[in-house]
Structures are given as C-alpha cells and as structure tokens.
Design a binder for this molecule. Structure first.
Ligand code: ATP
Ligand code: MG
Length: 595
C-alpha cells in the first residue's frame, strides 16, 4: 500500500473524552472515529487490524469444523417471546417496531435465531454434533458505554453455537472450543488466562471466560499462587479453615455517635476491622400475597458482599435488591446501626463471620454498637453460606496455595447452555430410540472489536501502539513493514521515473519485492517531513521501519547499500546490508525464511 493513497487519520491531540489509553491511542492513530455514544466507525487503518483478528478467529473455528453462517442483525420479537427473553432481557435489548407495527429487536446475541435455524435444519441424531459461527455486528444498549470500543453499544462479536444429542457430546465440543480459544488468543499475542466463570441464572453446566490481563480491566480475576486454579471473582469460592474460639467477653453497648460504618467503629474502639460485622438487609422472596420480605446478610467488616453468590441463596430474591430504608425502619432497623440479634427474619452469615467470637455489631439502636457479641449466646444463625468476595491472601479453594487478584478484560466466553433454549423453542431431533430428544447446546463468544483495544491496553509506550509478535510469529499490526524513502524535493518529482530519485527507486524495488513475498508493506510516499512520518508510524505501531537514504547507497566498505532499520519494540537504529535486512525480517517471521 502506498501511504499517499491511504487515509492516515492520525491526530496530534488526544480527544478529551477518551478515557483509557487504548481508546486514546485508537483515536489518535486513526483506527476509529466516534460517531455517537458507543458507536464507532472503523477507519481503513483500524479495519486492517480488525480483519487480521477475524482471520485468525476464522482459521481456528474452521479447524474445529465449526461452520460459518450469517444471521440477521434484526430479529423478530416472536422468537424472543418464545424463549422468554422478550420480558427477561433488560433495557440493553433495543426493541423497536417496523412500519406494520410489528416488534423487532437489534440482536445483542443470537441464541434464539440459531435455535430457530437448528430446529428447522436438524432432524436426526445422525446430524449431531454440529456447530455454527458468525462474525457479525451486535447491539447492546449499554447503560454506560465507555472505554472506546471496549464497551461500546455496537460491536463485532464472533458467536458460535453447538448442538448435541447429550451432555458428553457437548463436553467434547466445549473442550475443542476451549483449545481453539487458547490458540486464537495465543496467536493474537495476548497475555490471557482462562478462568472459571459463573453460569448465572441459566444454570448451565460449565463456563469459562478468557481474560486479558490489564490494569484497566473491569473484571477481578482470582488465581492461586501454587496451582492452576483461576476464576472470576464472581464465582471464586471463599473457604474458611479456622474454627470459632470460645466467648470471653460479655455483650455491652457502646456509644458510637455518627459512626455508621465498620471502619469508623473499629477505629473508635481501637479494634481490627475484621473483629466487626456488618449486617446488610436485602429483599427475600415475596410472600404469596406479594408482600416484601427481608433477609439479613452478615459479613465481616473488612469483607464485601458478592451479589452473585447472595442472589443464588434460596431465601434471597433475584436479582439482588437492597431493602429500602422505609422497609428497614418499618422493621425497627436503623441503617449503619443494625445488629445481628433480635432480627425477625432469616440471618444468613458468611463463613468468615460465623467463626468470630467477641465481635462488634450494630446495637439495633441509633448511635450505638455492641461489643463482645457471640453467636448462639447472643444471636442466632439461620444459615452459614459463602456470600463474600475473596480477598488476596485467602486460601485457594482447591486447597493449594493462596489467592491473588488481578484485573482482566473479558475477550471471550464459552458456556454450556444445556437445554434452556432448545427446550423453550422445541429444538428436538429424532433420537436413536426413535423418540424425539431435545438437543443440548453450547454457546461461545469472542469480542472481536474489544480484542483490538485489549491488545493495545497490554502493549504501548509513550509514542503509541506496539503490536507484539505472538509466540506463533504472527502480528495484527495494520502493516508489517513501513519503507520510508528520504527524497530530495517533492514526492511527485521523486516518483517521476525521468527525474529519478535514487532513494525512491530503491524504495520501490524493496516495496515490490516484499509485496511479492506476501509481506503487508507500506511505502510512505507522503509529502511530509521525516519526523512527522516517523511519529505517525510509531503511533500506529508498524513493527518494522526501513529508511532508505541516498547517502547509504553503495555506502559501506564493500560498496554495498545500507538500510536503516528500526524495530518498533526494541527502538534502536541499525544500518543493515540487504542480506542482513532480509535475515532480520525472516528472524521476525515477516519473511518466510528459505531455510
Ligand atoms: P461483559 O461482562 O463485559 O458485559 P458479557 O458477559 O455481557 O460481557 P457475552 O454476552 O459473553 O459478554 O459476549 C461475548 C463477548 O462479547 C464478551 O466476552 C466480550 O468480549 C464482548 N462484549 C460484550 N459486550 C460488549 C460491549 N458492550 N462492547 C464490546 N464488546 C463486548
Ligand atoms: Mg454485558
């Protein structure tokens, strides 16, 4: 590609609303332009990278015999009514009417459409297992679009769906997908982890997220320091190995005016925060008449509630809803001073709070707390449960080592759905016994556009993006190589064969020979100062830059021409002969070496 014929939309200034480094760099490097909140155009430079990501994904999906198809973005509401998600899916689902007043949605995901296809296509168990994928635009009306294409409203997803006669068959395809995802993210040069994930309200059998490690990630992921245990914090189990000591103190009320938080009370009393408990009041399942009921959740003062775990408790209403202040007051409870005793509701105590003795809780009286509280003697436990988020240093639930927490960006998610959609939409095939069998399903997503942002989050410097070459020797940089001829005067003259500029002639030769060898190469023939070109190429992150100057032609002792080579990641300039240049490009896998 000639740079003069290619849109370089680089910006000097960082757009003021770009919130994280990847979004700043994608805007500045001319990869994307914002159209409206959560809506972006992919400019030619960005699209080149995006298409390289898609190529890797396609190759790995095809390699496990997942077949590509393409479903409509606009989906009929009837399918969503059949699955029950027309009501259940929140406001992220964009619903609209056509001219005939029929309801439609913009697809945030495609379980309904693919299950409709499958129930038509699949007749017999002999056709199973089968899996399909597409790479396509999704729309989710995210409440807070942010971080550029990382959390946009319109984005590109690779979504795949598999159909099976039984669970063991689903497990085999799931394992294939797990391996394919591992290959994809490895080939894309990402530092990622596969972590166990919550199966949510669907209650599927298994689920893993693929998380790119980055400080700007929105997920907390948990690892053991001594085993391969890794899970999203939503799911990571908090185990408690200690036992409750015997009570030694009497229960006593102490004055704690204007101290509604455990931190304030612990400091005031000179106690560790871990000797205090907080009691959170949430809504329980409503009575048959629809009256709101309450449930108390008790946690150690230094721990935080895990809402996903809490809403799975049989006593607790899902989605988790904190009790209103009025409901609490009606039950005689004062926010900030709620005690664990005399509660006329189920009291669910976190495992770590249940082993405390002589602890501090609210006194059920404004401006007072109670010290020396002991379970059973002073307060009753309805149930002990794991309802907190793990913290660094907790014991790993697999019994090996302690837990560490890092931030992650979710780039992929694989999920065993079971029969949820197949049952709702009656996707059945004739089984081996001659009776219809509801199929089992898996679904497998990759955030294609999000990957580009995640890669940049992981790899950049003050000058711009650095596209890492993966351990498989691949790169998703928009171009592999940039050639910069240092010409005298205007490019137009240098390009004129009659006037003939030696640096340009050599640059064109190299450009053509690299193109013939399948290298994605950019000839920077823009009429710009060298400094501007270098800054642009560094911002965009072209991995290999070759500068050709007349002074280096026939320049070394053996009368050989030298090429100035700079590797974007390593930075230093080298003067290389043609043979050395080719060796260097081959060593970086840009050229397939002949050996
Ligand atoms: P998140 O928790 O980040 O909202 P999700 O669980 O809703 O993700 P899935 O429904 O599993 O996501 O979608 C598959 C993939 O699509 C995700 O792993 C993620 O990479 C990507 N994705 C989801 N929402 C967005 C978005 N708003 N913008 C860009 N990519 C997204
Ligand atoms: Mg989401």
């Amino acid at each position: 590609m000639r740079a003069s014929q290619f849109t370089f939309a680089t910006l000097k200034e960082t757009p003021s609303d770009a919130d994280i480094i990847s979004s700043q760099l994608m805007l500045r490097a001319g990869f994307i332009r914002k159209s409206a909140s959560g809506l972006y155009t992919w400019l030619p430079m960005g699209l080149k990278t995006l298409q390289k990501v898609e190529k890797v994904i396609r190759e790995e999906m095809n390699a496990i015999h997942c077949q590509e198809l393409l479903m409509p973005v606009v989906q009929s509401a009837e399918l969503w009514q059949e699955s029950g998600r027309w009501e259940a899916y929140g406001p992220e689902l964009l619903r609209f009417k056509d001219r005939h007043q029929r309801d439609f949605v913009l697809g945030p995901t495609h379980e309904e459409v693919i299950t409709d296809i499958a129930r038509n296509l699949l007749k017999s168990y002999k056709q199973l297992p089968v899996s399909y994928y597409q790479i396509q635009t999704k729309f989710r009306d995210e409440i807070r679009p942010r971080f550029g294409v990382m959390r946009s409203r319109e984005f590109i997803m690779k979504d795949a769906y598999s159909f099976h006669i039984d669970q063991p068959s689903l497990q085999l395809t799931y394992d294939d997908m797990y391996r394919a995802y591992t290959n994809i993210f490895t080939r894309l040069g990402l530092d990622f982890r596969a972590v166990q994930a919550d199966t949510g309200s669907i209650g599927g059998f298994a689920s893993h997220e693929f998380q790119v490690l980055a400080g700007s990630g929105e997920d907390d992921i948990v690892f053991s320091d001594s085993s391969d245990y890794a899970a999203n914090i939503e799911l990571a189990e908090a185990i408690c190995t200690s036992e409750r000591p015997a009570a030694t103190q009497p229960k006593q009320n102490v004055s704690t005016p204007d101290m509604p938080t455990c931190e304030q009370v612990a400091e005031h009393l000179g106690l560790a925060l871990s000797q205090t408990v907080k009691t959170l009041i949430v809504e329980g399942n409503p009575t048959e008449e629809g009256t709101v009921t309450l449930v108390a959740l008790v946690l150690r003062g230094d721990h935080t509630l895990n809402e996903i775990k809490a809403e799975k408790l049989p006593q607790v209403k899902a989605p988790l809803t904190m009790a209103s202040e009025e409901a609490m007051l009606a039950a005689g409870l004062h926010k900030g001073y709620i005690g664990v005793f005399d509660l006329d509701m189920p009291v669910i105590v976190d495992r770590s709070a249940a082993v405390l003795a002589d602890f501090v809780s609210g006194a059920n009286q404004p401006d007072f707390h109670t010290t020396g509280v002991n379970w059973e003697r002073d307060a009753q436990i309805t149930a002990i449960a794991d309802i907190r988020n793990v913290v660094e240093g907790d014991a790993s639930p697999d019994g090996q080592g302690t837990l560490q927490i890092r931030r992650g960006i979710e780039v992929g998610h694989i999920f065993q759905l079971g029969d949820k959609y197949a049952k709702a939409l009656n996707c059945a095939v004739m089984g081996e016994q001659g009776k219809p069998v509801i199929t089992m399903m898996g679904c497998y997503g990759i955030g294609v556009t999000r990957i580009v942002a995640a890669a940049i989050e992981q790899s950049h410097d003050d000058n711009g993006i650095i596209w890492k070459t993966s351990s498989t020797g691949e790169s998703i940089a928009p171009f592999d190589v940039a050639i910069v001829p240092m010409v005298k005067g205007k490019m137009k003259d240098a390009l004129n064969p009659e006037k003939g500029d030696p640096a340009m002639q050599l640059a064109q030769q190299l450009y053509q020979s690299l193109q013939v060898q399948g290298v994605d190469v950019l000839l920077d023939d823009r009429d710009e100062r060298a400094g501007v070109k270098f800054a642009d190429l560094e911002l965009v992150g072209i991995p290999h830059r070759i500068v050709i100057s007349e002074k280096n032609i026939h320049a070394d002792n053996a009368n050989e021409t030298l090429y100035e080579y700079v590797n974007r990641e390593q930075g230093e300039k080298q003067l290389l002969t043609h043979a050395q240049l080719m060796q260097t490009l081959a060593a970086h896998n840009v050229l397939k070496s002949n050996s």
